[in-house]
Design a binder for this molecule. Structure first.
Ligand code: UDP
Length: 240
């Protein structure tokens, strides 16, 4: 596969990858490992935007199931993403990578508020920008937040690092003979209800012609491999 010519990417990591082998929370050693991957991506000359989920700390739907209002749970989930963003900022800066966190929910003494033009300037100056607090609205996910920011920041691709190495026709954890796609269209992901990202996120990427690259972040060095057009991945795009 030839290396795609990306200039600016948005990397979306689900909160779960920050917990390492733990059952929940943040494993600082694991965050450092992820920060090294992000640094490697930046060192290829790319401008890197980052969105991190919050599922390792709090999920709104789970809170709602236990009696919290869905909206309250969702706001708690968004706050969780800010904690993850701060942990990642800390790890990146320890590696000497200048990083700014911008939150969709303003919290002036913790990080910057989301300001698109300011984020643009940070990227031009070679800083990584971590977009926290998802879309800032309940009933959304950080996948949708990632697609939104990728569109706003004119990213060439949305890289989704998860614990699975691509998009399969069935859940590979339940069906050992599930087949992985190399490429797949947005339409098929939506019509077959394949578990890549939620439908709102996939639609937003389709409307803005942003390819979604799904790959495993658990494999060391994989971000750089994927950026070089190597490694195992699935690309969701208009025509395969
Ligand atoms: N969330 C939200 N609006 C957003 C983004 C996130 O309400 O725009 C809440 C929602 O409750 C979600 C939680 O934050 O469950 C954590 O985000 P997500 O589940 O997307 O994290 P991930 O699965 O990527 O770790």
């Amino acid at each position: 596969m030839t290396a795609p010519q990306y200039k600016r990417i948005l990397l979306k990591l689900s909160g779960e990858v920050l917990m390492g082998e733990q059952e929940y929370g943040i494993d600082p050693a694991y965050v450092v490992r992820l920060a090294e991957e992000v640094k490697a991506a930046m060192e290829t000359g790319l401008e890197v935007c980052l969105v991190i989920g919050g599922g390792n700390i709090f999920r709104g739907v789970a809170g709602a199931a236990r009696g919290l209002d869905r909206t309250t749970g969702d706001y708690m989930g968004m706050l969780a993403t800010v904690m993850n963003a701060l942990a990642m900022q800390n790890a990146l800066e320890k590696l000497g990578v200048p990083t700014r966190v911008q939150s969709a929910i303003p919290m002036a003494s913790v990080c910057e508020p989301y300001i698109r033009r300011r984020a643009e300037r940070h990227l031009e100056k070679g800083r990584i920008v971590i977009f926290a607090a998802g879309t800032g609205n309940p009933f959304f996910t950080t996948d949708t937040g990632a697609a939104l920011r990728a569109a706003e920041m004119n990213c060439d691709a949305l890289l989704k690092g998860t614990s699975v190495d691509g998009v399969y026709d069935r859940d590979p954890k339940l069906f050992p003979n599930a087949v992985r796609f190399d490429t797949i269209t947005y339409g098929k992901v939506l019509s077959d209800n394949l578990k890549v990202m939620d439908a709102a996120a996939v639609s937003l990427c389709r409307e803005n012609d942003i390819p979604i690259v799904v790959f495993s972040i658990r494999e060391r060095g994989n971000v750089a491999k994927v950026l070089a057009g190597e490694g195992v991945q699935t690309i969701v795009q208009e025509e395969s």
